[in-house]
Design a protein around this ligand. Structure first.
Ligand SMILES: Nc1ncnc2c1ncn2[C@@H]1O[C@H](COP(=O)(O)OP(=O)(O)OP(=O)(O)O)[C@@H](O)[C@H]1O
Length: 259
């Protein structure tokens, strides 16, 4: 469960270029819910994710994860409870290491250093099982160096590595934005398979309105640091790309082409 209560963040307060990034933003995400966050440039989406991860210190307001107020918790402590996948498929994995070695690295990150062990048979079997959740055949490529994988396979590997420690919350920060449309769709399918299988509470930021329509349980739209719209249930099942675009106060060229 995630709850954001009246989060406020102002950059350059009192100066001519003052920017209100989060303006009394409140939202709730139930355990197991997959929320898709949309909004125009500067709406506050990244600021919200940064406030959740602790990278951004709020001026006021609270972040509650599974009932615990983590607002004052330092980033490294919060990191044990959160998984985050970023836009750049090259950044979440180590290129010159194999798929299995990358999985081991992620494993060790979420455990005590004293538990350090090599790639034993038990671990390899677990990695195969986890990788098979993605539906991309990566479980048969454990010995392949990651630099030989496609961008989509690599981003999907980042995702499965990020969620290995059973996080309370998965944050997807435009994780398909740097991929071509077909690859982005493949990564989204892999994402949904992993999120469903592991029952992860997930918040995904995207500029792709088709993905906002096709995936997730709810659509959360931010505008000027505020919650502008929340759609879930039957309403979410019926919503179209044109409906969503209609709620944007500023429309980009890409949106106008899609509508
Ligand atoms: N580190 C910062 N310093 C100054 N202003 C910032 C900083 N981070 C964000 N802002 C400002 O806060 C507002 C919200 O920005 P934010 O990056 O959260 O929006 P966003 O919805 O993620 O936009 P985009 O879709 O372009 O990534 C913007 O006006 C932005 O210029």
């Amino acid at each position: 469960m995630l709850e954001i209560r009246s989060a406020r963040k102002v950059f350059y307060k009192g100066q001519a270029d003052e920017k209100v990034a989060l303006d009394s933003l409140s939202l709730k995400l139930a355990t197991g819910e997959f929320g898709v966050v949309i909004g125009s440039n500067g709406a506050g989406k990244s600021s919200m994710l940064n406030a959740i991860s602790g990278a951004l210190v709020l001026d006021s307001g609270q972040v509650i994860i599974n009932g615990d107020d983590v607002t004052a918790m330092p980033v490294h402590k919060r990191a044990m409870r959160l998984a985050r996948v970023f836009q750049d498929p090259m950044k979440g994995t180590a290129a010159s290491m194999t798929v299995a070695e990358n999985m081991l690295l992620a494993d060790l990150r979420s455990q005590k250093r004293t538990l350090r062990q090599g790639l034993n048979a038990t671990r390899l079997a677990t990695y195969k099982e986890r990788l098979s959740l993605l539906g991309l055949g990566l479980e048969n490529r454990l010995d392949t160096r990651v630099e030989l994988l496609s961008g989509g396979q690599r981003q999907s590997l980042s995702l499965i590595m990020a969620v290995g420690g059973s996080p309370d919350l998965l944050l997807l920060d435009e994780h398909t934005a740097a991929l071509d449309p077909r690859t982005a769709d493949i990564v989204m399918q892999a994402t949904v398979r992993a999120v469903d299988a592991l029952k992860l509470t997930t918040l995904m930021v995207t500029h792709n309105m088709q993905h906002a329509v096709d995936f997730g349980h709810s659509v959360i739209m931010l505008d000027a640091g505020k919650l502008r719209l929340e759609i879930s249930g039957e309403e979410k099942a019926k919503v179209t790309v044109v409906d969503l675009i209609g709620h944007f106060s500023v429309k980009t060229d890409r949106m106008l082409l899609a509508s």
